[in-house]
Design a protein around this ligand. Sequence first.
Ligand code: RB5
Length: 147
Amino acid sequence: MLALGSDHAGYPLKLEIMKHLDERNIEYKDYGCFSADSCDYAVYAEKAANAVTSGECERGLLFCGTGVGISIAANKVKGIRAACCSDEFSAEATRLHNDANILCLGARVVDTAKAVKLVDLFLDTPFSGEERHSRRIAQITEIENKQ
Ligand code: RB5
């Protein structure tokens, strides 16, 4: 199960990605927003991120205008590694190296075709499991635990 979330700016791209997930028979739960009316991205980042850290969802996809605000908000939730990506290399590498559990996309940055490619790379790429990457992720967790 994937957790989805967006603000108003990311809402149209979220709808396009939902169609793509339907075509791939990938289950998701949408934590809002539910219209293109102006709203605040942190609200929906927190809801979707909590669904990931609680185990209700395995990973998440978040959308705002740039992908940046919603990624900053999601990364405040302990255990979240949210990556804002606009290129294929980063979308793949953030799974291989960072074991990112949320992908954030900017609807004003990437078009639907690019977003679909990034989502597929994010969903289909496993964490490499290499020691150096596990060590670095553990260091991120240590920083979190010191706050
Ligand atoms: C909303 O206008 C916009 O600021 C938001 O979607 C996002 O891009 C923030 O980072």
